[in-house]
Design a protein around this ligand. Structure first.
Ligand code: GAL
Length: 656
């Protein structure tokens, strides 16, 4: 047969096979022929027959002619409609990452069940063979996740990947839409959202805005307010001087034309601050090195206007970049942010975007809110601005004089001063120094230790004067790990409690206004549910212009915040139910339990919370906290369907 003739036959056969559905039976459909624009992946774009870097597909020294190169986290949802009988592939990390610390896991799901899991794979590992039976399956997910060390360098290959097709052709589809839980809007009737307890130090300035949702105008009253404190009845802001050492039970009252309410608030004047986890806003993930006095003032306005302050968000925090960077800084481009680090007397110099720090905190305090500031124990901050090294005493006094109420103290360039980053004494040293200095200030300054968890900081954070301590790196670098981070925080539950809190970092990139965000709606509910169950600081750390109704409903659900702010201050423990379902169980002061039924998996599953796992017995009244709805009484378990990375959050009270 001549060559021309053979290729013509091949062409005709190809044309017939692709045109006629009936003739497709038993055909092979390569993964690369699907619409790969539907793949969502952590970096770059999916490549047909190539690695994500555009090179050949090579795994463990072997090159493959066809397949798909992607990057973790990678998800491709495929509609099968019962048409495919088999999926096969050779998988692994692409050899182009040979000298990098990549580590991935491949998974194949069909109709909600995990059919294949590779286990961790590293560069250089020989390709593993995937061969799954898809008969009858309606839909499928090809997933590549990080195997525990973040997604950096995770170049993943689905080589020789193909479907054996007997009916409908597989079709790449968009990820399934997530149902938005419509949390009820806060009622127009007054509701006081303050925690039940508040710590302060005798004789220091007192500033507190009674967080209250409901229609304005509203009038406020407070029974048994200790002498020295004054309430503005129109806006609910209390100012004055912290009372002498002791406990004072005040009753707050709020009323508008639709109703009234009251709530007890115990002021504990003594040595301890932050008796419930601090709540607030911080600029870092929203503005980075673009923060200005104007943006901080706008944030204070926005916190009040949006209702965040009414829900309990209190601290308005400036992060890095408010001070000068060295005049010759190569890396800070904005000339208004460069200049002398200190004045002739050694005082730290704010940069030109912050003309008057005292006026700024006055502005924040006039809203009844508190002001937070940032520096580093090192000579420089993380972003290369002036730090506090060898000026600790002077800077702390300055922060107090300016009127700041919280200090975030970020290790960073202290690494150049410390003799070691593993020696406990070296790790503690700068925090002991600043912790002691802060206690001497004539202002209550909450101390946030930020050194990413080194030396198990949770074991000694409170002892060095910290009120909270970051337990991990920045969430922006590992958003895909947030459920694992929560599980890790639950494992150190015993170090968490009134006056000293674990801190798994700020909330960021939320809402549904800007697509694609870092977190899907399910993940946003999970983030706030888990942080509340863990009883850790709730700080929204992104631009306030990104706020939308959805985000407000996620951040401001008073029944969820109540879980976080419970005066017992207990962190949830976890119950792992197999690979995907995990329960977070938190004891509440009133004897009830808050429980998160969390799905770490990639597809919707059913999760059962059994009383035996929760430490409960007998009938329980169950309430759905996101929907703020009673679900009835249950005898020995509660079961719910939970979507990918979602959390069903309930509270259970024993039925008497
Ligand atoms: C990081 C810190 C972030 C942010 C940043 C500022 O070290 O973890 O939260 O403060 O520095 O440069």
């Amino acid at each position: 047969m001549n060559k021309h003739f053979t290729s013509s036959i091949a062409f005709v056969l190809f044309a017939v096979l692709t045109a006629s559905p009936s003739l497709r039976a038993g055909g092979i459909v390569p993964l690369g022929s699907l619409d790969l624009s539907k793949i969502k992946q952590g970096w770059g774009a999916p490549k047909i027959d190539k690695s994500v870097m555009d090179g050949p597909l090579t795994i463990g020294g072997k090159t493959f002619a066809c397949g798909v190169g992607t990057h973790a986290e990678s998800r491709l949802y495929i509609k099968l409609d019962g048409g495919s009988s088999r999926f096969t592939a050779k998988i692994g990390v692409d050899d182009n990452r040979k000298d990098f610390p990549a580590s991935v896991e491949f998974r194949v799901y069909a109709d909600g069940r995990m059919l294949y899991k590779s286990g961790p794979m590293k560069p250089g590992d020989e390709a593993k063979a995937v061969d799954v039976d898809l008969r009858g399956a309606k839909n499928m997910l090809l997933f590549v996740g990080s195997a525990g060390n973040g997604v950096d360098h995770d170049h993943a290959d689905w080589a020789d990947a193909q479907f054996t097709v007997a009916g409908a052709k597989p079709q790449a589809v968009a990820p399934p839409a997530e149902v938005l839980i419509l949390t009820p809007q806060p009622s127009p009737q007054p509701r006081i959202n303050s925690p039940a307890v508040y710590g302060c130090r005798p004789g220091n300035p007192f500033i507190y805005r009674i967080p209250t949702s409901g229609k304005r105008p509203m009038t406020f009253a407070a029974d048994n307010l200790p002498a020295g404190l004054n309430l503005d009845a129109k806006n609910g802001i209390i100012t004055g001087v912290n009372p002498p050492r002791g406990e004072y039970v005040v009753t707050f009252r709020a009323a508008n034309d639709l109703g009234s309410c009251e709530k007890k608030f115990k002021i504990v004047s003594g040595d301890r601050l932050a008796l419930t986890p601090p709540m607030g806003w911080n600029d870092w993930y929203g503005y980075f090195d673009g923060v200005t006095d104007r943006l901080m003032r706008e944030a204070a306005d926005k916190l009040v206007e949006s209702g965040l302050a009414d829900a309990g968000y209190q601290y308005v925090g400036i992060d890095d970049c408010w001070m000068n960077a060295p005049a010759d800084s190569q890396h800070v481009k904005d000339p208004l942010r460069r200049g002398p680090l200190r004045d002739a007397d050694g005082n730290i110099m704010p940069n030109k975007h912050f003309p008057d720090m005292k006026a700024l905190t006055d502005y924040i305090h006039a809203h009844g809110l508190k002001a937070a500031i940032y520096t580093s124990p090192g000579p420089m901050t993380c972003a290369g601005y002036g730090g506090s090294y060898q000026h600790e005493e002077r800077d702390a006094r300055q922060f107090a004089d300016w009127g700041f109420d919280l200090l975030k103290y970020d290790w960073c360039h202290y690494s150049k001063i410390a003799k070691s980053e593993t020696d406990l004494d070296e790790l503690k040293k700068p925090y002991i120094l600043m912790g002691n200095i802060l206690k001497k200030q004539k202002r209550d300054i909450v101390f946030n230790i930020c050194q990413y968890g080194m030396g198990n900081v949770w074991e000694w954070g409170a002892e060095v004067g910290g009120h909270s301590w970051r337990t991990s790196g920045d969430l922006i670098h590992e958003p895909e790990r947030f459920i694992d981070i929560a599980i890790k925080n639950a494992a150190i539950a015993k170090y968490n409690g009134p006056g000293g809190w674990n801190d798994p970092d700020f909330f960021l990139h939320m809402g549904i206004k800007e697509e694609p965000g870092l977190f899907t709606p399910n993940e946003q509910y999970t983030l706030v549910s888990l942080w509340s169950l863990l009883a850790v600081p709730l700080v929204y750390g992104d631009g306030l212009h990104k706020i939308d109704d959805f985000l407000l409903s996620v951040l401001c659900n008073s029944e969820v915040i109540e879980i976080d702010q419970d005066p017992l201050g207990k962190c949830a423990r976890t119950v792992l139910l197999g690979e995907e379902a995990v329960l977070f169980v938190k004891d509440m002061e009133d004897g009830s339990k808050a429980v998160g039924l969390c799905n770490r998996g990639e597809m919707e599953i059913e999760i059962a919370a059994k009383w035996s796992d929760l430490g409960l017995a007998g009938k329980q009244r169950v309430r759905d906290l996101w929907r703020q709805k009673d679900l009835g009484e249950f005898s020995d378990s509660f079961t719910a369907k939970v979507g990918r990375h979602g959390t069903f959050l309930i509270r259970l009270w024993p039925v008497k």
